[in-house]
Design a protein around this ligand. Structure first.
Ligand SMILES: Cc1cc2nc3c(=O)[nH]c(=O)nc-3n(C[C@H](O)[C@H](O)[C@H](O)COP(=O)(O)OP(=O)(O)OC[C@H]3O[C@@H](n4cnc5c(N)ncnc54)[C@H](O)[C@@H]3O)c2cc1C
Length: 378
């Protein structure tokens, strides 16, 4: 029976970063991923905002945590970050949970720059109470995914990625976990032992928690769409409208495309169950609440809302600005139920079992990949 120091379940950016970090500490690591490829879910289907705090006027804790990790993430991923665009935040005149004075106070409190812009040829001031030039960048999820895939393969065989593999059972055996794995291609079963387990499966968190007999974390889930558009005029401009059912548009890293999202239209379906449970799983039976598929490739994914998203964001720009829709990507977005009111996105790492240890990483933002270093004991 193979013996590991750590079994990590989930081959997104959090699982891979944890695997590389632990390998760097001399640990023997097995990484198990249910898909045939790594990094195909939330790690690439996101808005790519390198959070600086602006986005969370209702959650000072999330705003502060964004800033904690930003400098290190930026330094480590310089080649994959777009520093070259102008980033604006604006307050909608109608229906915002914040106003100009409050937003300015919040930025001053957190210590992030926000400079009022009285005039700009591309923005529609009839709709904006205030416009601010800010400092916020985007990372390129596709380039970052490629970088981590490469690093993982370079770290092999000390870190073994086991793709298209399912965890079928698990039990504590003295001070170790004994875990049954099934190769989904061949059906071959194998049992491994690990001193510690890290669950980094994001939308799959509670399915894995239940297999290990530990408690759920309280989650809700949404099938989410990121739309991608071109614009000759605002190719190098980002705009986020605060704070309510509005939209955001900004360069998707260095791709030349703009990612477009909307609080009202990005989320197509919602599940308040701890496991992501959607009616489309009755059409695509490969996707189950305890074993979700890749939405992006799913024949039952929802029809795009890009027209609504574009219609909404156009209100904030003048007629000079044109947009052309390119494509959309879909994934399950999971959130802590506790964040429902303040809209915070903390990254929480819970120790759900002691001796042997079981950690569950629930990731709120990509630049918090380093949080595992603070928690894990070797
Ligand atoms: C629409 C959207 C917009 C976002 N915008 C931003 C943003 O602008 N900035 C930001 O910083 N963050 C953003 N986020 C959040 C960020 O994308 C996530 O916090 C982060 O990607 C989570 O990474 P992960 O590795 O934990 O999850 P994932 O990338 O989802 O990886 C989890 C992996 O676990 C695997 N898995 C699941 N179940 C099992 C199982 N049973 N067995 C084995 N493997 C399993 C999955 O197949 C997957 O590969 C956004 C998220 C979404 C969805």
């Amino acid at each position: 029976m193979e013996q590991y120091d750590f079994l990590i379940v989930g081959g997104g950016i959090f699982g891979i970063y944890a695997a590389l970090f632990l390998r760097g500490q001399g640990q023997r690591v097995l990484l198990v991923e249910k898909e045939k490829v790594l990094l195909k879910k939330a790690s690439i289907v996101n808005q790519a905002r390198l959070h600086s705090g602006y986005h969370y006027p209702r959650s000072v804790a999330t705003a502060r945590m964004s800033d904690d990790n930003k400098a290190r993430f930026t330094a480590d991923h310089q080649d994959f970050i777009n520093f070259e665009f102008e980033k604006y935040y604006a307050i909608d005149r109608f229906g915002s949970f914040t106003d100009a004075a409050q937003f300015e106070r919040f930025c001053a409190f957190i210590g992030i720059p926000c400079e009022p812009v009285e005039r700009h040829p591309y923005f529609n001031y009839h709709r904006l109470e205030a416009l601010y030039k800010t400092v916020e960048y985007t990372f390129d999820p596709i380039l970052i995914a490629e970088y981590y895939r490469q690093r993982l393969y370079e770290a092999s065989p000390e870190v073994t990625p086991r793709l298209f593999t399912e965890v079928v059972n698990a039990a504590a055996d003295g001070d170790q976990w004994q875990v049954g794995l099934k190769a989904l291609e061949s059906g071959k079963l194998e049992t491994v032992k690990a001193r510690q387990v890290i669950n980094a499966t994001y939308a799959g968190s509670n399915a894995i928690n239940r297999l290990f007999g530990v408690r759920d974390i309280d989650l809700m889930h949404e099938i989410s769409e990121m739309a991608f558009v071109n614009s000759p005029q605002v190719r190098d401009i980002g705009l986020t409208i605060m704070d309510g059912p509005f939209g955001s548009i900004m360069p998707y890293g260095k791709s030349g495309l703009l990612s477009l999202s909307s609080v009202a239209y990005t989320h197509h379906k919602v599940s308040y169950d701890n496991l992501p449970t959607f009616d489309c799983q009755q059409v695509n039976t490969n996707c189950r609440p305890d074993f979700t598929d890749i939405c992006n490739f799913c024949p039952a994914k929802p029809a795009s809302n890009y027209r609504k998203m574009l219609g909404q964001i156009r209100h904030y720009f003048t007629d000079k600005v044109e947009f052309q829709y390119f494509t959309s990507m879909f994934t399950v977005k999971s959130k802590l139920k506790a964040s429902y009111i303040d809209d915070g996105r903390p990254t929480e790492i819970s120790v759900l079992h002691e001796n042997p240890k079981f950690y569950c990483i629930f990731a709120g933002k990509i630049n918090s990949i380093y949080e595992i270093e603070k928690v894990v004991s070797l």
